[in-house]
Design a protein around this ligand. Structure first.
Ligand SMILES: Nc1nc2c(ncn2[C@@H]2O[C@H](COP(=O)(O)O)[C@@H](O)[C@H]2O)c(=O)[nH]1
Ligand SMILES: [Mg+2]
Ligand SMILES: [Zn+2]
Length: 500
């Protein structure tokens, strides 16, 4: 019986191997000869992880993107600093009486909002499980959006409540209001700690924060592939293309149609159109099947002598990186997110089993190799994405960077509590300039001064990968021990049967 079982497993793995090789061949032919996935050595990762990589992160080329934006207008931050002004949107005052009140525990957590490994779980705990409401409100006020775009504070509160509710609709372990708040906070970190905000107009900042807040609105807790293979209504509606992302956008813009929730009501027609277009581009680019193409396109662009980076493409890459950034946060936070995501995947696997569908990769709770898959995710997806994004930021921000290495700008956020009368301002850490260092590999041959951003994610990624690798070894040993136990039990059973 065991021999039969082994034969079946062997045949199955041969079939999977052949299918996998065929898929790899087709991917190379159909998509790109040299895209990131084809660079992944077939033996470097377990088969299950490869299957997941290809099912989640590849597809044929996406449809044509909209034409490049106008050449970006650079503003000299150095000049602004010298003049003692830190662009007028940094500090806005909104009448205290109109502002939403924040519980003191929320205020305390929000004091750490600028940190790379901000603890969104602590915010949810402090804020009655409403992190989107508090964080969304605070961010939009910090960047002066409420003032600049005349967002009625009461409407903003209703809008954020509605968005928060939508995130909670399917009670997902991972794709919920905490994930939305987490991604928005990470986007904020990039905006303010790298200086990206100074490359952007107010409208572009508003669009970026809004895109982050709504990017997984009404997520069903199941993947695009699941929607397609189960023939869900949403898959039918969007013809199997970026099913979830189309839904997040469409449903969120529908919320904005309601007067009670319309935070965009005081935008001009042109402003609305521009913001909508940016938000759509950003959220559609969070579809993981676009990942390799997106990374490759940006990497190729950055190799050009004087790359002109389209703002919408730059912002889409930033949002995508923030969306997959938890493996680059401190271990405790990353581990918590991993367990939540895996539980969501496993629930999908349970559903697939009930529906008689094949398990999607990483969705079978009995066989999934968690540590191995996380190593694969970090090495093949997160690290390359963060690297390209950082290179892109260093290139686009170089022309507006201050000429000298600056110390951190004193943060007034510490004194100005959210919802307090004094309003609030942004703390912006100035990135550093390293003089006379080599330009990024492959990007340019000339040796000149280079603008460098801080990259707190690098140490976290290395540390997390190390922990997963240790875990993978322990898991493999445990599996081996369990297999040996099963084998010896089988032998005992056979012996007992023979005696009978
Ligand atoms: N195997 C893992 N996949 C991950 C992890 N974190 C994120 N992801 C994948 O990325 C997308 C993110 O897009 P979203 O808009 O759905 O949030 C997610 O769906 C996963 O496919 C991880 O830790 N491990
Ligand atoms: Mg998504
Ligand atoms: Zn997301």
């Amino acid at each position: 019986m065991k021999v039969k079982h082994d034969m079946r497993n062997f045949e199955k793995s041969i079939r999977q191997e052949i299918a996998l090789e065929l898929v790899f061949f087709l991917i190379r032919r159909l998509a790109d000869e040299d895209d990131e996935l084809s660079e992944v050595q077939p033996d470097a990762v377990p088969q299950e992880v490869r299957a997941w990589l290809q099912s989640t992160f590849t597809r044929q080329l996406a449809t044509t993107r909209r034409k490049a934006d106008e050449k970006p207008k650079f503003r000299s931050v150095a000049h602004a600093i010298r003049a003692g002004i830190f662009v007028d949107r940094i500090y806005r005052r909104v009448s205290n009486s109109a502002l939403m009140q924040f519980p003191p525990e929320v205020v305390k957590v929000l004091k750490t909002l600028d940190e790379w490994s901000f603890d969104v779980f602590a915010l949810a705990e402090a804020g009655n499980s409403q992190p989107v409401k508090y964080l969304g409100y605070d961010l939009l006020n910090r960047y002066g959006m409420i003032h600049k775009f005349k967002v009625p504070p009461a409407i903003l509160e209703v809008f954020l409540n509605k968005i928060e509710e939508g995130y909670c609709r399917f009670r997902n372990p991972y794709h919920n209001n905490l994930h939305a708040a987490d991604v928005a906070q990470t986007v904020h970190h990039v905006l303010c700690q790298t200086g990206l905000m100074h490359w952007l107009t107010d409208l572009e900042i508003f669009a970026t924060l809004l895109a982050a807040l709504i990017h997984d609105y009404e997520h069903t807790g199941t993947t695009n592939n699941f929607h397609v293979k189960s023939g869900s209504d949403t898959a039918l509606l969007y013809n199997d293309r970026a099913v979830l992302e189309n839904h997040h956008l469409s449903a969120a813009f529908r919320v904005l149609k309601d007067d009670e929730c319309n935070v965009l009501q005081n935008l001009t027609r042109d402003e609305f159109r521009e913001l909508r277009s940016l938000v759509i581009d950003m959220v559609l680019a969070t579809d993981m099947s676009f990942h390799f193409q997106q990374i490759k396109n940006m990497r190729n662009l950055l190799t050009l002598g004087d790359p002109q980076v389209d703002k919408s493409k730059a912002l889409a890459l930033v949002l995508h990186c923030c969306d997959i950034s938890h493996p680059a946060k401190k271990w405790n936070i990353h581990h918590r997110w991993t367990m939540l995501l895996l539980e969501e995947f496993f629930r999908q696997g349970d559903l697939e089993h009930e529906l008689g569908l094949d398990f999607s990769p990483l969705c079978d709770r009995k066989t999934t190799l968690v540590a191995e898959s996380q190593i694969g995710f970090i090495e093949f997806i997160v690290e390359p994405s963060m690297a390209v994004c950082a290179d892109m930021l260093e290139i686009v921000l170089a022309p507006i960077a201050p000429p000298l290495t600056c110390k951190s700008t004193p943060s007034t956020a510490k004194e100005d509590e959210p919802g307090s009368e004094s309003g609030r301002s942004l703390s912006v850490t100035e990135p550093t300039i390293h003089e006379d260092v080599e330009s990024p590999k492959n990007y340019s041959d000339d040796k000149r001064s280079r603008f460098i951003i801080k990259k707190p994610w690098i140490t976290c990624l290395a540390e997390n990968k190390k922990i997963w690798k240790e875990q993978a070894i322990r898991d493999a040993e445990a599996r081996e021990a369990a297999q040996e136990k099963t084998d010896s039990e089988d032998v005992e059973n056979v012996t007992a049967t023979t005696k009978d």
